[in-house]
Ligand binder design. Structure first.
Ligand code: ZN
Length: 274
């Protein structure tokens, strides 16, 4: 019986094994629990990651409409045929139409003058401003020798040239009636106040002539009969003759370095009458 009351050796070993196994399981469970507590959860990792909303949106790309594009000069913005247009081109092949055209809005520019300073209102205003700035920039005093000439006046002026010089030479220096830029009310012959080199080629070398050649374009004026262009314009070099064409055109001529209206507008050279 005592043999049955005392646990056998095998049972004791089993019990010890069970206790040891239990201790191992508990230890493993504790270590696992600790590890789980210390390891960051996947949720917190996701929170730390950058969110999708931070991605730049394609709407931020600049649109092509904001790119500055150079606009080509519109050579048809004003008529070159209508005598009331500031762009009218009058030369030996392009008489004014009508031949006895008379400008609508003539005024006398508020500047010193010899014969007259009569011009169309817009041209007169530009001329006044040009004289003012010229003097402030040290050009030396300037005055207008002659500006508007009517058809009837031109009949008389041209006849005088022919009488003195013969028709061939007269045609180089004076327009036939109906062909003169002075009849448009947009041209002025400018001279130094002291009368030096008035209406002669040496005006180009005076301080006034030099200033005008460099700066007249800023005020809408164009040297209409430049040196070396007699075959195109039909006239000898006239450094004193300035034609108002408006600032847009005078600036474009200046920027492109084009010296005559005929070349700019693609018109045939007009060295002589038909
Ligand atoms: Zn002139």
């Amino acid at each position: 019986m005592t043999q049955h009351n005392r646990p056998s050796r095998r049972v004791i070993v089993l019990r010890r094994l069970l206790v040891a196994a239990g201790a191992i399981i508990v230890t493993v469970a504790l270590v696992w629990g600790l590890l789980v507590m210390l390891t960051p959860t996947p949720a917190s990792v996701e929170e730390a990651a950058p969110t999708a909303t931070a991605t730049p949106k394609p709407t931020a790309t600049p649109t092509p409409t904001s790119t500055p594009t150079p606009t080509p000069f519109d050579k048809t913005a004003h008529s070159i045929d209508n005598p009331t247009s500031v762009w009218v081109v009058a030369d030996k092949l392009r008489p004014l139409q009508p031949l006895d055209f008379y400008p609508p809005d003539l005024v006398t520019a508020d500047v010193p003058y010899a014969a007259n300073a009569t011009m169309r209102a817009e041209a007169a205003k530009a001329l006044e401003r040009m004289f003012e700035v010229a003097e402030s920039e040290g050009s030396g005093g300037m005055m207008v020798q002659n500006a508007f000439r009517s058809y009837d006046t031109q009949v008389w002026v041209y006849a005088g040239h022919v009488e003195r010089l013969g028709q061939a030479r007269a045609d180089i220096g004076s327009a036939r009636p109906g062909h003169s830029e002075h009849q448009t009310g947009l041209s002025a012959d400018i001279m130094p106040s002291n009368g030096q080199c008035a209406v002669t080629e040496c005006f180009a070398d005076t301080s006034q002539g030099v200033w005008l050649a460099e700066n007249a374009w800023r005020f809408g004026f164009h040297l209409r009969y430049p040196q070396g262009k007699t075959d195109v314009t039909g006239y000898a070099f006239e450094p004193w003759h300035y034609r108002y064409v408006g600032v847009a055109l005078s600036t474009e001529l200046h920027l492109q370095g084009i010296l005559t209206l005929e070349e700019f507008f693609g018109l045939p050279p007009a060295p002589s009458y038909r």
